[in-house]
Design a protein around this ligand. Structure first.
Ligand SMILES: Nc1ncnc2c1ncn2[C@@H]1O[C@H](COP(=O)(O)OP(=O)(O)O)[C@@H](O)[C@H]1O
Ligand code: SF4
Ligand SMILES: [Mg+2]
Length: 415
């Protein structure tokens, strides 16, 4: 479609290989003002230097606990917020600091779906008024007229054209989210950013709405960024998943690699909080990792690796040096000195921080043993060289694992 090119006003050369969205070093700091003079007394570092891209037609899932900066990231890439630093490119065009008029074409191409299907629909407006609002705002007259197009959209999202004159309160939560989706699709966007689109809905309705979004993606060739606080929703629909922790991306990988062998301890913890549908894995002993406490404040994030205050593998280097996000395996980027399922990146650094020892007490023994086994197996293999690795590594790894599990169970958590 050549129409899309003029809409985006892009002169840059783009092809299918250029990502639809490219983000480099993106930062959002919210200033904290104090006193009568409203002097800046610090900043909430909600998003603190992230890099990623969204490929054409894919679904990128973004997960992390509440307060990790996911919504801020979503509002930055849809340019509802002004970035404090970094660069955002949409379809090869720099949109980082576009003003209101420059943003106009982009407003059609990029749409957002919000979590709260109650709060985001004006209760005094009819469904017809709500879903047709984008046409009025952009001064667009759809072919066949507004009413006919809105009714087509309502049908597209599984509602009835007769709902046109009804009001939001007459609908259930799931139906309201369908209305929100219809409104988001009105201007035929290319990318949709959905911020926890089903978190407020009953579990039984969540799957219906997610499946609807999935079907619409195929039908309309949409690109999605779907934000969620855990992996249960995005695991089924994402092609790739970015894991956020305190304003940073700590792991970014294709879905299957992330599930089969998560490398960041935080990813592993998030995964273990999701019920396992596979009966063979469920039969195995519980492997839940309980994360201690809340996400620390983004006003003064921990030094080094921001996860070191809650990580059961944290050593001195984790406290002093921030691990860069690097591609350890093809398609899997991780920021960790002691990754899971991979060679230790700082094997010389072995003394656990006290926070790690405490965290370990709360981590299920099997998980700990498994972690220790991974690191020990790698370490043993390294020490012995390639020839003897097959025979000896197993027993040594087991011994190390036992030791780790033992010290974990000895540590009662309070002294
Ligand atoms: N407008 C704002 N002003 C100040 N702080 C904000 C603002 N929006 C979000 N924050 C803070 O930024 C951090 C990240 O928030 P948010 O992006 O909503 O995270 P998430 O969506 O992952 O829960 C939180 O500490 C939040 O309180
Ligand atoms: S091992 Fe260290 S670098 Fe890796 S997540 Fe834990 S604290 Fe961070
Ligand atoms: Mg949020």
């Amino acid at each position: 479609m050549s129409e899309t090119d003029t809409r985006a006003g892009t002169t840059a050369v783009t092809d299918d290989e250029t990502p639809l969205l490219k983000v480099e070093g993106l930062v959002k700091h919210f200033p904290i003002k104090k006193g009568l003079l409203q002097r800046q007394a610090g900043a909430v570092k909600a998003v603190d230097g992230i890099d990623f891209e969204v490929r054409r037609g894919e679904t990128l899932g973004v997960v992390g606990e509440s307060g990790c900066g996911k919504s801020t990231m979503g509002r930055l890439i849809t340019r509802l917020l002004e970035p404090s630093g970094g660069k955002i490119e949409f379809d090869g065009k720099d949109i980082t600091h576009l003003g209101t008029s420059g943003m106009r074409p982009l407003r059609r191409d990029v749409q957002m779906i919000f979590q709260d299907p109650y709060g985001s629909l004006n209760p005094r407006h009819t469904i017809g008024t709500i879903v047709s609002a984008p046409f009025r705002l952009q001064g667009v007259e759809p072919e066949g007229g507004v009413k006919q197009e809105v009714q087509r959209l309502l049908e597209l999202v599984g509602l009835s054209p007769e709902h046109y004159n009804r009001y939001p309160h007459e609908f259930s939560g799931g139906q309201r989210q369908r209305i929100g989706i219809a409104r988001a699709l009105a201007l035929k966007p290319r990318m949709v950013v959905a911020d926890e689109p089903v978190s407020a809905l009953d579990v039984s309705i969540q799957a219906q709405v997610v499946n609807l979004m999935d079907d619409l993606q195929d039908e309309l060739g949409l690109t999605y960024v779907i934000i969620a606080h855990d992996l249960s929703v995005v695991r089924h629909v994402s092609d790739r998943i970015a894991v956020m922790y305190l304003g940073k991306i700590v792991e970014l990988a294709d879905r299957d690699s992330l599930y089969a062998s998560p490398m960041h301890p935080y990813t592993k913890a998030l995964l273990s909080a999701v019920p396992i549908p596979d009966p063979r894995r469920r039969a195995a002993k519980s492997e839940r990792i309980l994360l201690r406490g809340d996400v620390p404040s983004p006003i003064a994030p921990p030094s080094g690796c921001r996860f070191h205050t809650r990580c059961w593998k944290a050593t001195q280097i984790c406290k002093s040096t921030e691990p860069p996000l690097i591609e350890l395996r093809p398609g899997q980027r991780v920021a960790c000195h002691h990754p899971e399922n991979f060679e230790d990146q700082a094997p010389q650094d072995t003394v656990l921080l006290s926070a790690a020892k405490e965290a370990a007490a709360l981590v299920a023994d099997e998980v700990l043993a498994e972690s220790a086994q991974t690191s020990a197996a790698v370490a043993a293999e390294k020490e012995k060289g390639p020839e003897s690795s097959k025979e000896g590594a197993g027993t040594e790894a087991e011994a190390a694992a036992e030791e780790a599990a033992e010290s974990a169970s000895k540590e009662p958590g309070d002294t």
